[in-house]
Design a protein around this ligand. Structure first.
Ligand SMILES: Nc1nc2c(ncn2[C@@H]2O[C@H](COP(=O)(O)OP(=O)(O)OP(=O)(O)O)[C@@H](O)[C@H]2O)c(=O)[nH]1
Ligand SMILES: [Mg+2]
Length: 174
């Protein structure tokens, strides 16, 4: 069995400077060029072990201010897709922006094409916390109670690998 056993596709966005690049690139082994998706989406690939025997290649599709709908629809048609929204736990404004971003995505995609695997990611766990549990719970309510909430630090590595692994396991149903 090899790292290629499972593939997960994660559409990811977040407030500016939330820490998306740091989160993905800490473990990234390769940055492979992909030409299937097209303009407007930054794609990065990393891999993670699911258990002793098999691994998962994780393709992250980062969308910024604009939502290239045609490209998004192509990703949504794939097997094993998730949507992740990231905010910075040490910055109150960050979670407000995350909420706005989520609502914009929900508005653009209709409910039916929304990925069923949703993740809310809190970065900067190593810093003083400004965002309260109530604010996080409020966003989870908006995103849906089945949203998976994970927090980590890309600086110290606390819960970082575990978070990547949880995302991969949930998406691939392992
Ligand atoms: N202390 C701390 N700093 C972090 C963490 N994650 C990211 N940073 C820092 O936060 C800043 C932004 O991180 P990036 O990974 O570039 O964030 P981004 O979301 O990709 O940012 P943009 O693409 O520029 O919007 C950088 O200075 C990182 O070093 C973290 O978990 N803890
Ligand atoms: Mg970035």
């Amino acid at each position: 069995m090899s790292q290629e056993d499972f593939i997960a596709h994660i559409i990811i966005t977040g407030s500016r400077q939330a820490g998306i690049s740091s989160f993905i690139s800490q473990k990234a082994k390769d940055f492979e060029p992909h030409d299937e998706v097209g303009w407007g989406i930054d794609i990065q690939t990393t891999s993670v072990n699911l258990d002793d025997e098999c691994g998962c290649t994780m393709h992250f599709y980062e969308i910024a201010g604009t939502f290239p709908l045609d490209s998004l629809r192509k990703i949504l048609r794939k097997k094993n897709v998730g949507l992740a929204i990231m905010f910075d736990l040490s910055n109150k404004v960050s979670i407000e922006l995350a909420e706005l971003l989520y609502k914009r995505i929900e508005e653009k995609l209709n409910q039916k094409s929304m990925p069923s695997n949703k993740f809310l990611l809190g970065s900067h766990l190593d810093e003083d916390r400004e965002v309260t549990r109530e604010e996080i719970d409020a966003l989870i309510t908006i995103m849906g109670e089945d949203t998976h909430y994970l927090e980590f630090s890309s600086k110290t590595g606390e819960n970082l690998e575990e978070s990547l692994q949880s995302i991969a396991k949930i998406i691939t149903s392992r």
